[in-house]
Design a protein. Structure first.
Length: 132
């Protein structure tokens, strides 16, 4: 389904990131992402299905849409964003959906990184506040 929604000849818009899904305070919260977005002017973040509720010049909020249309929209972005749960070691099935797009994926793990199952992968790097 994901590949079938890719428009023929599509070239993703440069310097665009996309996040599809909801934010949950205390579980999957995007504060660090928005702090990083505010410190730069090159990239534009497109939100599908979520509202940050604050005016940001480089954040575009899109209304809820059917899944096929959403997938076509995601294909048009250069990079996809995944925000992992801040608690526990469970990663949602959405990660596999995003990987199926074959695009670079910005994986954001919360502060409880030490408990993450990713700690056993040698090529997993953690970006902390000092790099923002």
């Amino acid at each position: 389904l994901i590949q079938s929604t890719r428009p023929a000849g599509l070239v993703p818009t440069p310097h665009t990131l996309a996040y599809a899904g909801r934010f949950y305070k205390g579980l999957r919260w995007p504060a660090a992402l928005f702090e990083a977005m505010a410190k730069q002017a090159t990239y534009t973040l497109h939100l599908y299905g979520s509202s940050w509720g604050k005016a940001e010049t480089n954040v575009v909020e899109h209304a809820k849409m059917p899944q096929k249309q959403l997938f076509a929209e995601l294909h048009g972005n250069e990079l996809l964003v995944f925000i992992d749960n801040d608690k526990g070691i469970q990663t949602s099935g959405k990660i596999y959906e995003l990987l199926a797009f074959g695009k670079p994926l910005l994986f954001i793990k919360g502060l409880r990184y030490e408990n993450s199952f990713f700690t056993c992968y040698p090529k997993f790097w953690r970006c902390t506040e000092e790099f923002a």
